[in-house]
Design a protein around this ligand. Structure first.
Ligand SMILES: NC(=O)c1ccc[n+]([C@@H]2O[C@H](COP(=O)([O-])OP(=O)(O)OC[C@H]3O[C@@H](n4cnc5c(N)ncnc54)[C@H](O)[C@@H]3O)[C@@H](O)[C@H]2O)c1
Length: 350
């Protein structure tokens, strides 16, 4: 019989309340997980999430280290500002619990190296949330990859417009830290992160070289609001990724792959029936049915429920977690290379 995973949440803010909680409720019903303890520096957030999951008062902590020391938990989910991920993952690894961390792994490759060392040293399962691989369109696209053959071109875009008062002093803390370099914010690591792993998954080959311009174009912030990447993969394929908080594009969140037997275009950021189209020379572009997308699936707008289900089922069964630490490290290495390419005005080898 599978053992229920006792979960401790580090960070109970926006994404937990708006999205993770729905997945946790469904997984609690099947006794896959139980939300047993919480840590957040904001008492109101502890209360909202604690009450939702009936977490006893004594298991609600304002210091995550105290939770790691005292609570009976098997795993943590970390959903805090990016600059805290490395420290919190390393402490959790020392406490011997499995770790699911929101993206990105860390704010730098130096931090990521320390994480890998701690996770390997303590031999704990560790994974990063790559949720948009679990929208129905993306799952169907991934299932079609063996049919499309050798890939040669991919492109992905996630461009939008933030309000002009989006800055490090914004009253909404979720905006403020995203607009701050010290907190690990910025468009490429917060937003384009998803477009990078999504298009790389479709191209099915690691990135070897990155050329890029990652700039602050419009907003009054000390982090980037614009990212344009040109990547060359090990199989010779080329991809472009464009992301922005400063461009009023109206086609946010899609990616494409082109290959010897045709092309796929996915709205990876949306769990909608019209998310996937396929091109073949015989038939041109055709919309594909998504038979697995039911009413519940339509509610899982960001793919988090699919991601957490796959991850916690694998954890409960002692299997390899679907998103490996190496995959997440590679995504961060692409972002790091894009920043270096901007400064050095040359392609960076990964
Ligand atoms: N995968 C996705 O689609 C997706 C979407 C949104 C956010 N995220 C990620 O989730 C994470 C959190 O983002 P958010 O939008 O929920 O931000 P948020 O600001 O709404 O929430 C962050 C929470 O962390 C808490 N916190 C701050 N310092 C802490 C500490 N020292 N210990 C414990 N808790 C602390 C805050 O009080 C807050 O409740 C980020 O990594 C972000 O990139 C992922």
């Amino acid at each position: 019989m599978k053992k229920t995973i006792r979960l401790g949440l580090i960070g109970c803010g926006g994404i937990v309340q708006k999205t993770h909680a729905r997945a946790y409720l469904a997984l609690s019903e099947t006794e896959t997980i139980k939300v047993s303890a919480l840590a957040d520096v904001v008492p109101e957030n502890l209360q909202v999430v604690g009450d939702q999951f009936d977490v006893p008062e004594q298991n609600r902590y304002t210091d995550y280290r105290e939770m790691l020391a005292k609570a009976d938990i098997d795993a943590v989910v970390i959903a805090t500002p990016h600059s805290l991920h490395a420290e919190q993952v390393i402490e959790s690894a020392s406490a011997g619990v499995a770790i699911v961390s929101e993206k990105p792994m860390a704010t730098s490759l130096e931090e990521a190296n320390s994480i890998m060392e701690a996770v390997n040293h303590n031999n704990v399962p560790y994974t990063i949330v790559h949720n948009y691989l679990y929208t129905a369109g993306m799952q169907s696209a991934i299932a079609l990859l063996p049919e499309i053959g050798e890939t040669y071109f991919g492109r992905s875009t996630g461009m939008g417009l933030r309000s002009t008062d989006f800055n490090a002093n914004h009253p909404n803390p979720a905006f403020a830290w995203r607009a701050s370099k010290a907190k690990g914010g910025g468009c490429i690591s917060d937003t384009s992160y998803h477009e990078i792993y999504s298009v790389c998954t479709l191209v099915q080959s690691p990135v070897r070289y990155v050329e890029a311009r990652v700039h602050t174009m419009v907003l009054d912030i000390d982090v980037d609001d614009f990212a344009m990447l040109l990547c060359e993969h090990e199989n010779g394929a080329v991809t472009t990724v464009s992301g922005a908080w400063s461009v009023p594009a109206d086609d946010f969140g899609w990616c494409e792959v082109h290959a010897e037997n045709g092309s796929l275009r996915v709205k990876h950021r949306y769990n909608v029936r019209e998310a996937l189209r396929r091109f073949t020379r015989a038939e041109g572009w055709k919309q594909l049915e998504l038979p697995d997308l039911d009413e519940e699936g339509l509610k899982d707008s960001s793919g988090h429920a699919g991601y957490f289900t796959a991850t916690f089922n694998a954890l409960a069964e002692g299997k390899a977690l679907p998103i490996s630490a190496e995959k997440a490290y590679h995504n961060l290495a692409i972002i790091d290379a894009a920043r270096r390419a901007t400064v050095e005005r040359r392609a960076i080898e990964i």
